[in-house]
Design a protein around this ligand. Sequence first.
Ligand code: SF4
Ligand code: SF4
Length: 262
Amino acid sequence: MRLRENILKTWLIRRRTVQFLMIAALLLQRFEEDFIAGNLSSMTISGLELSDPLAVLQYILSSGNIYLPLILSSTLILLFYLVVGGRVFCSWICPLHLVFEYTDKIKSRISGADKSFGISTRYWVLFLALAMSLIAGIPAFEVLSPIGITTRALVFGTWLGLLSLPAIAVFEIGFSRRGWCRYFCPIGAFYSLVGRLSLLRVKINHSLCTKCQVCKKDCLVPDVLDGPINGKRKIVDSGDCTNCGICIDVCPEKALKPGTRF
Ligand code: SF4
Ligand code: SF4
């Protein structure tokens, strides 16, 4: 029965496949740098340059240079996330999210502190990262970010950098559920702004929904499901939804499905 339940979690399987492929791609370039080179801030795959828009914004602010190829490569990525959902970066691409999904399972099994730092904190961190880039003349968050440190560790084998992961994991398990992603990560903040406008959305069929709240129990940002479950929204329209598909997998009534905002 348990195995059957897991097999039915098709969105989880798809997402795990993409998450592990991304990690494999980062590791692959240690052997195949002609085909793939770079990290999650800027990557070249078979000659195609792709850049993270927030990293490019920091580069422009820190250097004062507007380099057209970087603008074009980040516009491609921005358009992609405007279609699939901004925080798709978080749940499908970011290697930290993968780790913290498992620490979240540990946290949910042990009761304990769940300190809120306020959702607006991450927007202040985003503002600070951009301001520091402008003032200090370096892409500030790129240098300090646990995501950058982790991807550099995977790409260059600087494994000591991975120590930031257990530090955040202890913070999340001990003090604040999903604390880094919810309250501090400026990349999540940036992509949640993009996600407010994005096309692909989880849709609800109100005639099937029994308001059992099972989806909210498993969703990593459960508040985003309030409007759809209460009948006030036909879609999950919050920029915080990561389009992870967990709610679609777990809804016993099949009331949720992927769709568009229209
Ligand atoms: S799990 Fe499905 S039926 Fe239950 S509240 Fe969520 S959408 Fe409604
Ligand atoms: S609403 Fe559904 S798709 Fe969106 S983050 Fe929550 S579980 Fe994932």
